[in-house]
Design a protein around this ligand. Structure first.
Ligand code: PAF
Length: 283
């Protein structure tokens, strides 16, 4: 696996692979990789011949009081994991390489409506930052397909919309969330949790799983289910940011008639904000 830091080197390596007739797969990340990221690479390697991973902690998607400075950077360990998972090329640009003209006057890609509620409500501008950097990476690599984790369900929905709206010929693949044995969704931010908080954290998944079981069993009183769910989270020591049932394709508030539903949750443990979701597919 080669690691390159410039767009020029990246384009040259991808062009070589493409000239050999290879299908290009992309897995954008912010590093500090865990098994969830490895699953993205594995999926890309199953569907493409040449897998490009990117590690870039994108300042544009962090709010002023968020963890940009402390976000874990573990390049050597990440390179090893990428190699094991079947990655061919790693792109690790600097902020200057990604934003050579600075970020203040940077063209912004904004996906309206989808970016506004849920995580967008408590992280204003976050999805503009994600949509912008992902668009740039798509233009730099021009992959045939790109893989993103379903754990960031709203992000995945935003990216599907931007590819559709901007006519990018890229297949977007969602990879199921990888969980610890106690159900906690893997996340780089789990590393911020104290042992006590780590013991509480799986309650987030337990609560959405309980709501999911009730909905699958025919309960359509979403308001009541969510109120109980928020109370359960608080009782376990989690501070709910949001807990919602949405229609899964467009993320509009769910109605009793909807059949493709997703339960989305975000909650704080101390200053760490965890997110999770449960997609209740029609079957
Ligand atoms: O999901 C992430 O790690 C990031 O939001 C992404 C997609 C790599 C964009 O910076």
């Amino acid at each position: 696996m080669n690691t390159v830091k410039t767009v020029r080197e990246l384009r040259a390596a991808v062009a070589r692979a493409r000239s050999e007739g290879k299908r290009i797969g992309l897995a954008p990340t912010m590093g500090n990789l865990h098994s969830g990221h490895a699953a993205l690479i594995t999926k890309a390697a199953q569907r493409a011949d040449f897998v490009v991973a990117t590690i870039f902690v994108n300042p544009l998607q962090f709010g002023p009081n968020e963890d940009l400075a402390t976000y874990p950077r573990t390049l050597a360990a990440d390179q090893e994991k990428l190699l094991q998972a079947g990655c061919h090329l790693l792109f690790t640009p600097s902020v200057e390489e990604m934003y050579p003209h600075g970020m203040n006057d940077q063209t912004i890609v904004s996906v309206p409506v989808l970016s506004e509620g849920l995580c967008g409500a408590s992280r204003p501008g976050h999805f503009d930052g994600v949509a912008t950097v992902v668009s740039k990476l798509f233009n730099m690599v021009q992959p045939d397909l790109a893989v993103f984790g379903e754990k960031d369900f709203q992000q995945l929905t935003v990216i599907r919309a931007l590819v559709r709206d901007l006519n990018m010929p890229i297949q977007i693949i969602g990879e199921p969330t990888v969980r610890d044995s106690d159900g906690l969704a893997l996340s780089s931010r789990n590393g911020y949790l104290t042992p006590e908080q780590r013991a509480i954290a799986p309650n987030l998944y337990q609560v959405i799983t309980r709501i999911g079981a009730a909905i699958r069993g025919g309960d359509r009183d979403f308001a009541q289910l969510l109120e109980t769910g928020k109370r359960d989270l608080a009782a376990k020591g989690l501070r709910p940011d949001y807990l919602e049932v949405r229609e899964a394709a467009q993320l509009r508030p769910a109605t009793a008639e909807d059949t493709d539903l997703v339960i989305l949750a975000a909650a704080f443990l101390g200053t760490t904000r965890l997110i999770d979701n449960l997609h209740l597919t029609k079957d």
